[in-house]
Structure formats: C-alpha cells, structure tokens
Design a protein around this ligand. Sequence first.
Ligand SMILES: *Cc1c(COP(=O)(O)O)cnc(C)c1O
Length: 420
Amino acid sequence: MKDETKCLHSGYSPKNSEPRVVPIVQSTTYVYDSTEDVGAVFDEPTKSLIYSRFANPTVMAVESKIADLEGGVGAMCTSSGQAASLLSLLNICGSGDSFISVSQLYGGTINLFSYTLKKLNVECIFVSCDATDEELDAAFKPNTKAVFGETIANPALTVLDIERFAKAAHKRGVPLIVDNTFATPILCKPIDFGADIVVHSTTKYMDGHALQVGGVIVDSGNFDWTAGGFAEFVEPDMSYHGITYTDVYGKSAYIVKARMQLMRDFGTYPSAHSAFLLNLGLETLALRMERYCLNGTAVAKHFEASDKIESLSYPWLERDKYHSLALKYLKGAGGVIAIIVKGGKAGAVRFMDALTLASNEVHVCDIRTCVLHPASATHRQLTDEQLVAAGVDPGMVRFSVGLEHIDDILEDVEQALRKV
Ligand SMILES: *Cc1c(COP(=O)(O)O)cnc(C)c1O
C-alpha cells in the first residue's frame, strides 16, 4: 500500500460485523478463563494482553499503523515525545555509558540529554549536524552506545545527513536514532537511509489538531544487537524470568525489550482515548502534509521577498544551506519556518504581537497557524552557548504555517510585517 492508503487502513482490519472505526477499548485489564491462562500470558507477552500499562488494543492499532508507515518491525507508543526520546535511549544506555547527539535539537530534548540523563550517569556528547566525518568519528568513546539526531531540527530547521550519520554509527557498531517529528514518515522515512530507531512526538503533525500529547518509538529491526556491546539484549533478563531478547524475539528484540522492561517499570503508556484521537489525525496525515508543504513554501517565499526579514531558514528554498540535503531526504519541508525579523528580539516581539490570525502559543505543527519565540519559551532554560549550538538566534521566530487559506495567512503576515 502507498502512504495515503496506509494512513487509513494500516493497523486495523475489522472482520465480519466488527466496527468500521478503531474502537476505544477503555479498559485497564483483560479477562481470562483460568488462573493458568493468566499465568501463561506472562510467558507470551506479545501474543496476549496483560494490562493497559503494557499494551491496549486501541493503542496497538496506532502502533502498527505508525510502524507500517515508517517501515519498521514494530512500534511502541508513549505518553509524550519526551518519554519516547528517553526510553529510546534507556533501552540501550545505562549508567556509565555515553551517546552522541546532534546539538540542533528541540529544547526539551537538550534539557533531558544535558541534565536529567547526566544525573543517571549517562553522558551526552554533542556534535554539530555540520561536523565533518573526522569530527564525528573523534567524538566516539569506548562506552558510546548510540547516535541521535532530528531529521528536520526544531527550530533550527537544519536537515540531518541521515546516511552519513548512520554510516558513522554503524562503523562503531552502534545504532542511529532519528527524531522524525517535523518530517513525519510522509516526508521522510529515516529507516530507508539507515536509521535503526525512529522516535516521534506524535503531538505535532501526526495528531495535527492539538488534541493529545504523545510519542512513539519505531524499531527498524535492522540493527544486529548480537554483534557485541549490548549485553542486555543477549543475556538473560532476570527481571523477566530469564528471557534473552535476541534469542526469543529476533528482529523485534529492541521494541519488545522496551515494552517489557521500560514500559513495565516507567509506565508512560498513553490512554486508549488519546490513541483514538491520534489515529484520527493519522488518517489524514498524508493529505495534510501536502498542504503544509505548499503553504509553507508560499509563506517562506513571502518572507524571502520582504525587506523586514533579516534571514530565514526553510530547507525547501533553493538558497537554504540545507536545500541539497532536503532534496535528498525529504519530499517537502513541511510548514515550519524560522525567521529573524529586523530589529532582533524587539522586532520579533512586534511582529508576533501584531499577528491576528496566527496564534501565539507553545505549540508547533498544528492545523492552525501559530508562532513562538524559542529563546524565551521552549529554549528558555538554555545558556547562550547552548542556544548557539541549538541553532537558536535570540531574535528567531518559529513560524508554523497551518492549513488556513494561503491568502488569509499571507495577509496576516503582511500586515504584521508592516508594523515592524
Ligand atoms: C515537541 C517535540 C518533542 C517533545 O515531544 P512532547 O510530545 O512535547 O513531549 C521532541 N522532539 C521534537 C522534535 C519536538 O518537536
């Protein structure tokens, strides 16, 4: 099936007389005929439902739709994008390990990597997405267990050279994890370019309607965990009656381990109702992404032609530094544009406060046009040095183009620019 069809049909195929729409199974638990049956469920956790902290039929339908869209062997939804990033790494790294991350990242991810994981004695080594092959290779330590980056960075809008980063990671025997939130599998399938694990904040384009906060981890099934350095995958898990994940679950070892160890213990599973809302968004994802790309390009061209704009980043523009990478990896650049308005932060605030259709809010990739000033909001906790590394200018405005009629969006932009 093509993506448009997968968005509608993957993950749920009703049988004779069953509901047409994925039902909301709002139940914490599942009934069995006997004590023996309940016990057996723990031996076959991927075949039967145990409890809705591990899995739930509504959420599972969404998981399998997203796995299908990304081209993975399995997926696990989480209660937020943050939980997805955290668990994707904790499934590989423990105390005393390190991982490499591109520094052009979402602000919440920078905090998680720089401070909270550090408290767990997991070190993040930051490199720029523009690092040369030599610089990247030099960042590895003997205890480095993974490489992490965002397909299109929020809000720097840099484009990750996925093949190059995958090659560097694989040369050192570690997996590449890609946060594909801004591209979605409609614009980029990182697994096709060598990524081993894909994570998302489903809060953004996947949901699209600002209804639920959620995340997902997708396993490509391609990484060989038995080649060395990943003891937890190849040795018996004493917390799960001695299962060896690679022996029992083969290509799905990573995603089953994430569920049976980490979801069991951290409990960041979404509710059935949230998954139902996410699924509604996913049904129109392919259609919406086309229009985001059209509207995004039109607004970016408008900014490009304006004398009130000092600089802008939108990888679909020919003059953008990441245009050639965008052409290689993306089918379009989506609806998010980073601009620097003349007059620095004061100019930015003037422009944002003058907008009437676009809302000022802590969100991005919504169906409605919205704006945010990252340096004082999502990236507020960062030091000046971290802001530069994240690609966030103090005057940057993150403009997230919605699906209103393009004429109305441009009219709002133009009247606000005139007030700068
Ligand atoms: C928003 C975002 C996250 C965090 O997701 P939440 O759902 O808000 O927890 C992670 N990565 C990227 C690229 C994001 O835009």
